[in-house]
Design a protein around this ligand. Structure first.
Ligand code: PMP
Length: 436
């Protein structure tokens, strides 16, 4: 197709998506694709959900949009209530945005403003993890630790430090218990704080389960409790980025519920819109919100489409569907099934080095050889070749280059809709096996 749309891959020829139904997308020739990545962990309900469609129609028929400087809307208020009710801790204040990067930008600015409000203007730095991704806008890119994405735009806007990822299947020592390993990795935060000066640091930002850059990487048990302890000790805020892993993807509405900790600020997006409308949100704890509210009383941030009536009405319907259709137990059940089937299918495959994840958020790391764990050379473009082959076979899986340890290597991310059936799990594993 001769296209005037400015595609990221300027020379790619893409099929035209014309219809979606349940776990499938259909192109202009009627070919079906099993959406095993939900786009990029977006379409948690699958496509063409009747309840969300009805809620969007209903909202648009009465009011599509009213600027948030002049009005609030019922749908925004109801959605904020519901999120606060279900979020761990006291994340009682929801700030609506249009996507993940916007949510992260707002989180970074709110964290900075928090310290200005409480009289600590010397805190200007963020710490995140190597290979992390928190969005493509310049602030979010600056805190992220993905070398490939950052390099062309150096120097970036915000001073940021990067410590080790939460887990590496190359790094764990034989004698360590998982708890000890988690604590050892987390301790790098304290070491780095002491090097740069703890009172120069605003926040540590991390994904509870790492998505795009590392293929569904979960932390060991001792990791996040130690991270929270260190943040408390040095007065550093903890921002958890649940843009990809949140909204039930790992089996609980918020992924960090499973870590037993509370955050100061949390970002969500993808699954909140579920593909029906662009929306993101930043949830702030009482402490952070109160500092602004009782201080200047004005958060120095804002976007034209924040709190959009139609977007929040659609997202409210998404949240209702996750609860009313009791989808979270299916995430756990089908996630376990998918994990078992993947292990069976790839047990003998020397190139599938690691299969990991939680719920319906699963990554496969590809290596030259399971024993040596050596990644493939980037020039092989293995991830793109697997994605292309899968598309030919009618399967959508999310390809990524870059291992958790460095700049090279490849993995595949799976994030199918929560409604996936047992037969579709089998179809997924079969087509993925044939693609790899
Ligand atoms: N944070 C995380 C963890 C993400 O995975 C992403 C998107 N992949 C973003 C932020 C940015 O979200 P968006 O693409 O909606 O701007």
């Amino acid at each position: 197709m001769n296209s005037r749309v400015f595609h990221r891959h300027c020379h790619s020829t893409l099929p035209v998506a014309v219809r979606g139904e349940g776990a499938y997308l259909f192109d202009q020739n009627g070919k079906a694709y099993l959406d095993a990545s939900g786009g990029a962990a977006v379409s948690c309900l699958g496509h063409n959900h009747a309840g969300v469609r009805a809620a969007l129609h209903h909202q648009i028929d009465s009011l599509a949009y009213a600027h948030s400087a002049f009005f609030t809307t019922e749908s925004a208020e109801l959605l904020a209530d519901k999120l606060a009710e279900h979020a761990p801790g006291d994340l009682n204040h929801t700030y609506f945005l249009s996507g993940g990067s916007e949510a992260v930008e707002a989180a970074l600015k709110l964290a900075r403003q928090y310290f200005l409000e409480i009289g600590q203007p010397q805190r200007t730095r963020f710490i995140s993890r190597r290979q992390s991704y928190h969005g493509n806008t310049l602030g979010a890119l600056a805190v992220g630790g993905n070398i490939w994405r950052r390099a062309p735009f150096d120097p970036l806007l915000i001073p940021a430090e990067h410590i080790a990822p939460c887990y590496s299947y190359r790094d764990k020592r034989a004698h360590e218990t998982p708890f000890e390993y988690g604590q050892r990795v987390a301790n790098e935060l304290e070491e780095r704080l002491l090097v740069v000066g703890p009172d120069t640091v605003i926040a540590f930002i991390a994904e509870p389960v790492v998505g795009a850059t590392a293929g569904a990487l979960t932390a060991e048990e001792g990791y996040f409790s130690r991270i929270r302890e260190i943040c408390n000790q040095y007065g550093v805020l903890l921002i958890l980025d649940e843009v990809m892993c949140g909204m039930g993807r790992t089996g609980t509405l918020f992924a960090h519920e499973q870590e037993g900790i509370h955050a100061d600020i949390v970002t969500i997006a993808k699954g909140l819109g579920a593909g029906y409308q662009p929306i993101g949100a930043m949830l702030a704890s009482d402490r952070v919100y109160d500092a602004v509210s009782n201080g200047s009383g004005f958060f120095q941030h804002g976007h034209t489409y924040m709190g959009h009536a139609t977007a929040t009405a659609g997202a409210l319907a998404v949240l209702n569907a996750i609860q009313n259709e009791n989808l979270l137990p299916n995430v756990v059940h089908k996630g376990n099934l998918l994990m078992d089937r993947l292990h069976q299918r790839f047990a003998e495959n020397v190139h599938v080095g690691d299969i990991r994840g939680r719920g319906l958020f699963i990554g496969l790391e590809l290596v030259k050889d399971k024993e040596t764990k050596q990644p493939f050379d980037p020039v092989t473009q293995l991830h793109a070749r697997i994605k292309n082959r899968a598309m030919e076979l009618g399967l959508i899986c999310y390809p990524m280059s870059g291992t958790i340890d460095g700049t090279h290597g490849h993995h595949i991310l799976l994030a199918p809709p929560f409604i996936i059936s047992t037969e579709q799990v089998d179809e997924l594993v079969d087509k993925l096996g044939n693609s790899i």
